[in-house]
Design a protein around this ligand. Sequence first.
Ligand SMILES: [Zn+2]
Length: 412
Amino acid sequence: MGQKALKRFLKGAAGVRTWLLTVLSIIGVAMLASVAAQAAPPVARIVDVRIGGDGKATRVVVESDAPLSYHVFLLAAGSHRVVIDLPRVRWSIAGLTSEAGSGKGKGVISGYRYAQNTATTSRLVLDLSKPALVARDYALAPKDGGGKHQLVFDLEPATAEQFAQAAIGDMSGPKPVTHQTSRKPLIVIDPGHGGKDPGASSKGGLHEKDITLAAALALRDQLLATERYDVALTRSTDVFIELEDRVTKARNLGADLFIALHADAGPKPATSGASVYTLSPEGEKRIDGARKKNDWILDVEVDSKRPEEVKQILADLVQRETKNQSAKFAAMVADGLTKSGWPILENTHRKKSLFVLLSPDVPAALLEMGFMTNDSDVTALTSEAKRKKLVRTVADAIDAFFDGQAQVLAAR
Ligand SMILES: [Zn+2]
């Protein structure tokens, strides 16, 4: 897309939209620099490891004098551990040795250990007193002038089973993006909401966050059963995760496809059905379902108050083929749902804010599976049989999407 077309897109998108998809606020965080440092000399000095919190939430802050890339994952063998791999660093923590050492823990962390791991990497191991998941992890640059770079890890207690799942799936956080052709495509499923954010609620007091998690777990099982994919969830328990963290996670994991699951709320109890969203290449184009009247709309509203550089980032994004891929996938989901007889949303003329979880290099779509405010939708969404049918349809669409990609690659 040229600059002119782009401007038209940005302008047009800001105009007559009835659906509002706000994406810009999350892009900045997705852009967090990840500094690859492979050289053997230390790239930074770790000056402090601070651990705070209680049995409910434990925060680990790793302070360094230079920015650091990192890879966090869970190890279940023997005992419960959280492992943070870093490029080679110099350990310079007051009162502790510089080569390899250990310190005291707090909350769910009984203690920590550090050492050089390989010629080019250093490792920080958090020993857990009980199973816990990394609910959030992010890097912070120093606030204006001076200050230290920080890596922040928030741990929340989990069951042993949840820990084992996460350890196997390695969904705990960023790792270097790899593009090996031999690996299986990685599907990242994002169950909407969670923890303190219940999402929409039904008359009977059911929460969207539980519906989305159940569907995500069912979809994961369905996908793993095909043995075609690796699957990671942005959350596999009832925890709150910031939108930007979900996106960052998908991106850092090197996701090949990102699918967010939600359930809608409407002003009228009669409003029902599923809908699929993504960013369309033209910002205007509808994704046609099998039925002509369906408005599978993917609209973007660009907030004109946003700073210019953010617009520029968006400009870069919309040029990418990712958008085409996202639209293609969304169309396949829409098509599958229609054919399977799943109820589809017909009326789109309502205003609502939606966050599309967008990463510039990951095809992404958001599926509103139905309405929490509609009785028959809730019945369908809480029925295990129907949920299975729904995720089967989505899994089929994912198959079709990657079949199509394989054909494209074969034709090259
Ligand atoms: Zn939602």
